[in-house]
Ligand binder design. Structure first.
Ligand SMILES: [Zn+2]
Length: 210
């Protein structure tokens, strides 16, 4: 199954993607994680992309499309994948269509802006493997330490309050039009994000079976 998870930053796409990919046994392709990996490895593209992210801006389409194209060509994507954080603009969605990628479903996770601002302040991310946690909703077993790899949990710079407001503005202007784009193809399913992660997962899985 080839899936796209849409939604505002902080709507819970990453968390849901991790859970669903376990159910479906397909990889999650998160542009955020791929870009952070590139930065860790010190590639020129990574440095370039990260400077936009730190300012709460979108990474330019040509950079993102290049990364995605490379990633989707790998063997583990043969049986499907979950795209988390891509496409983020209508031109990116068109680029995906141009690559000949046939998407089965697009799940849009809806969460109000106010709720998102609250969520993001509690978010912690493993600097080693990219796993995400939340101080209230999904705490690590040991505070500040990743359950999966023992890495250090940090607050990403783009989760700081001022940056979050900027990211939401960018989302409404540039990403939200994707709902119309995919509604026209009949592939869009809207899921109301719940306060509890498990409740949202139930709705997402039901949407996938429908
Ligand atoms: Zn980790």
């Amino acid at each position: 199954m080839k899936l796209i998870l849409l939604g505002a930053p902080g709507a819970g796409k990453g968390t849901q993607a991790e859970i669903i990919c376990g159910h479906l046994n397909i990889p999650t392709i998160s542009t955020g994680n791929i870009i952070r990996e590139a930065l860790k490895n010190g590639t020129e593209m990574g440095v370039r992309a990260k400077s936009y992210m730190d300012e709460g801006k979108l990474v330019p389409d040509d950079v993102v499309i290049g990364i995605i194209k490379e990633r989707l060509a790998k063997d583990d994507c043969k049986n499907g994948f979950i795209l988390d954080g891509f496409p983020r603009t209508v031109p990116q969605a068109q680029a995906l269509d141009d690559m000949g990628v046939m998407i089965d479903k697009v799940i849009d996770l809806e969460v109000a802006d106010e709720a998102i601002e609250g969520r993001l302040t509690g978010r912690r991310v493993c600097e080693a493997c990219g796993a995400s946690y939340h101080t209230e909703h999904k705490p690590a077993k040991t505070e500040g330490v990743c359950d999966k790899c023992g890495g250090r949990l940090v607050i990403r710079k783009d989760d700081q309050p001022d940056t979050v407001k900027g990211r939401l503005k960018v989302y409404h202007e540039q990403t939200e039009p994707l709902k119309d784009y995919y509604a026209k193809t009949g592939k869009l399913v809207i899921v109301q994000g719940q306060e509890r992660i498990e409740e949202t997962t139930k709705l997402v899985l039901a949407a996938l079976e429908a």
